[in-house]
Design a protein around this ligand. Structure first.
Ligand SMILES: [Fe+2]
Length: 428
């Protein structure tokens, strides 16, 4: 959330902040304060601030920290009021340190207060008792962690969906895929931290932070390794494009067109992400084809063209060991299939061609049409869109063509056709 947010986002932030203030006012009257509690609050707030200052970024925005373990421990030890204030203090400090804008500070603090306060209330409601940590408290504790996950995950997903105009369900699913394993790891640690605190006091909890930091380090290393691997392959794809002045920036543009089309089709955000990576890497198999063949200006002999036609299969082989994206490599294999079955390498037809591959085919072709080649000049976007429509049902999936034309022209397809006709009359 950088810059000034759209009106709908501002309204949502105001609603979230108001809800958090109301929750705090509801919690305070039931709360008996004493000097011991102030010490505990200060100690856990410092712990939470320390934990929150070391976040791990998620692939599509958002972040995870080990702060949740501190929040869960404070829920069990002190109930919803102190834990909500602990998270409020931690987030105010963390947002001030990272020099966040005021709307971001307000939203993050409010949603963590809501998530922690709600989780604390659920813990109480399900019969969880404070300080006395026994087996009977496990069920209320699980309920509290799920309440935290539901409020936190939904609040973050909703603001990302509103801000970037993307599917709420898609972004929620993407965030949950990372947040759930993180929570499964941190929830038991929170419980153990609370137990340690009851036996040993602050010193035991400070020692407890060592394995927490180790867990964070492992998670961050995994995220970094995954990113470095994908970045390396994408740099390779970019380098391949750059070898030929006619294809410079091609993979990047294809990925952008493919993402726009996937979002226009309201695909889930994790599917959009897979399509984006595969679109960027769609021609990576050309690394196995000689430069002389790839850059030759004249016509290719049939056996030479057969060699070039191997690149989708080579690309699939290169990518199939990619842990995270390995199950989407058929998008690369099938990006030269045609809707009427006349494509390669498998001659797949219609909807049998994976949706991701059909999207990449269209994005790839549109970019090829609107870029100069050694053998022809580029088309205008309007000419290329008309060509895309002409190939609807033969080269391209008709449904994708409709969505793509609507997306690129900004008008419904019938109106777009009328616009083109009117434009050609005006030219005459
Ligand atoms: Fe290709």
């Amino acid at each position: 959330m950088n810059g000034s947010p759209p009106a709908i986002v501002k309204i949502y932030i105001i609603v979230t902040v108001t809800s958090a203030i109301v929750l705090l006012f509801l919690l305070i009257p039931s709360f008996q304060i004493n000097s011991e509690m102030i010490k505990e609050f200060l100690f856990f707030s410092v712990l939470a601030i320390f934990a929150d200052s070391m976040p791990v970024s998620l692939p599509r925005g958002g972040r995870v920290t080990v702060t949740e373990a501190v929040a869960f421990a404070s829920i069990v030890l002190f109930g919803p009021t102190i834990s909500a204030f602990v998270m409020l203090a931690a987030n105010i400090a963390s947002e001030i340190i990272s020099k966040s804008k005021i709307h971001r500070l307000a939203f993050n603090c409010a949603q963590f207060v809501l998530a922690t306060g709600t989780a604390g209330l659920v813990y109480q409601y399900l019969g969880g008792s404070r300080y006395n940590i026994s087996l009977e408290n496990v069920l209320p504790y699980i309920g509290a962690t799920f309440a935290y996950l539901a409020v936190n995950g939904t609040a973050f997903s909703l603001i990302m969906s509103l801000e970037f105009n993307i599917s709420l369900y898609g972004i929620w699913l993407t965030n949950m895929r990372w947040a759930i394993p993180n929570l499964i790891m941190l929830a038991p640690l929170g419980l153990l931290m609370a137990k340690t605190y009851t036996y040993t006091g602050p010193m035991g909890v400070i020692l407890f932070f060592a394995p927490l930091l180790l867990a964070r380090y492992i998670f961050k290393s995994y995220m970094d390794t995954r990113e470095v691997y994908i970045n390396t392959l994408e740099a390779l794809a970019g380098a391949l494009d750059a070898k030929d002045r006619y294809t410079r920036g091609h993979s990047d543009r294809v990925a952008n067109y493919a993402v726009e089309l996937a979002r226009q089709l309201r695909l889930r955000e994790d599917q959009v992400e897979a399509i984006q990576h595969m679109a960027f890497l769609h021609d990576i198999g050309k690394i196995g084809i000689s430069d002389e063949l790839l850059t030759r200006v004249g016509r290719l002999a049939d056996n030479e063209f057969d060699k070039i036609k191997l690149h989708p299969v080579i690309g699939e082989h290169i990518l199939k060991d990619l842990n995270y994206l390995g199950s989407f490599t058929h998008f690369v294999r099938n990006h030269h299939e045609k809707y009427d079955g006349s494509g390669y390498p498998d001659g797949l037809k219609g909807k049998v061609i994976p949706l991701g591959a059909r999207i990449i085919t269209l994005a790839d072709s549109f970019d090829a049409m609107t870029s100069d080649r050694s053998y022809r000049s580029k088309m205008t976007p309007e000419e290329a869109l008309e060509e895309v429509r002409n190939c609807s049902g033969t080269h391209f999936d008709p449904e994708l063509v409709e969505a793509f034309v609507l997306l690129r022209s900004g008008k419904p397809t019938e109106e777009y056709r009328a616009f083109l006709e009117a434009a050609s009359v005006a030219e005459k």
